[in-house]
Unconditional design. Structure first.
Length: 76
């Protein structure tokens, strides 16, 4: 299995150590499982299509206001 050195935040490492003592599994197993879950979640989030529904600002068939009408409402 390939090895790679990584820096882990001390707070995260403390939590991993706590889980290791409680569950009796290796640090590598805990980190591999957590990383697999995080990567799957990230991949799932990236696949969600972005759907934006803009509200209708005027009824269908209504005419658009002209420049003068807009400026009169804005009080220019």
């Amino acid at each position: 299995m390939p090895r790679k050195q990584v820096d882990i935040e001390p707070a995260l490492l403390c939590e991993v150590e706590r889980i290791r003592r409680k569950e009796g599994v290796s640090v590598s197993q805990i980190i591999n499982e957590a990383l697999a879950i995080a990567l799957a979640e990230r991949k799932r989030c990236l696949r969600i299509p972005l759907r934006i529904t803009l509200p209708r600002t005027r009824p269908a068939g209504a005419r658009r206001p002209d420049r003068d009408e807009i400026l009169s409402v804005l009080d220019f």
